[in-house]
Design a protein around this ligand. Structure first.
Ligand code: C5P
Length: 230
């Protein structure tokens, strides 16, 4: 019997909906690679900060991207991110880079550069890519598209827990950051955050991680069976 074809799975949704957790668990379960597209925008944003380039200067940002080597190395619990061979995995999660990533990602030219690289990473299948535009733009023909959503309050609480923000001021700043980023991601002209027409929308505020995993595993089994008959 021939091996089943390895699928391309797109997981999109807003920050804090649980995409990374689900993508890395699924990848482990299926023997696929999980790729965090947001980490690429973060790496470019970090390089813009280091080179003192305006987040509004689309031309300079594209030039910067073209001179950069951004690599995602899937690990058991997320991606190791290399920027020009330097490991920036931790630095890109900091607050200034998070904000900058959402600003550099509004530019169509920057997005086109990212999308071309992201498509290359998926050519052989066996990929779970998470982000904001994976099902709509990067892999419009993905075998499975999941849009993972959750109430803004639930997402904010998860973030507060994740970074262990202790005092109320730090927690409030996190909530404000998340709202601003949501607003920018959802209202930008180029590839705004939205479910693809054929995405399965799952609301993780009402479902635990195990429930989401179970539902997606079912969907993958269906799609794998369908792919075997192609
Ligand atoms: O997913 P993550 O929070 O790491 O993404 C950081 C930022 O990168 C997002 O707020 C969003 O503005 C941008 N992004 C994007 N398209 C993607 C992934 C991330 O615009 N596919």
């Amino acid at each position: 019997m021939t091996e089943p074809r390895k699928l391309v799975i797109a997981i999109d949704g807003p920050a804090g909906a649980g995409k990374s957790t689900i993508a890395s668990r699924l990848a482990r379960k299926l023997g696929y690679v999980n790729l965090e597209s947001g980490a690429m925008y973060r790496a470019l944003a970090l390089k813009a900060i280091m080179n003192d380039i305006s987040f509004d200067d689309a031309d300079a940002l594209l030039l910067l991207a073209e001179k950069s080597k951004i690599e995602l190395q899937p690990q058991i619990d997320g991606n190791r991110v290399l920027l020009d061979t330097e490991d920036v995995s931790r630095r890109i999660r900091e607050r200034d880079v998070t904000e900058a990533a959402s600003r550099v990602s509004v530019h169509p030219a920057v997005r086109a550069w990212m999308v071309a690289r992201q498509r290359d990473m998926g050519v052989n299948g066996g990929v779970i890519m998470e982000g904001r535009d994976i099902g709509t733009v990067v892999f419009p023909n993905a075998d499975l598209k999941v849009f993972l959503d959750a109430d803004p309050t639930v997402r904010a609480e998860r973030r507060i827990e994740q970074v262990q923000a202790k005092d109320p001021a730090a927690a409030k700043a996190l909530v404000d950051d998340l709202k601003r980023r949501d607003q920018r991601d959802a209202t930008r002209t180029a590839s705004p955050l939205a479910p693809a027409a054929d995405a399965i929308v799952l609301d993780s505020s009402k479902l635990g991680i195990d429930d989401v995993m179970a539902r997606i595993t079912e969907l993958i089994a269906e799609r794998t069976a369908a792919a075997a008959h192609e």
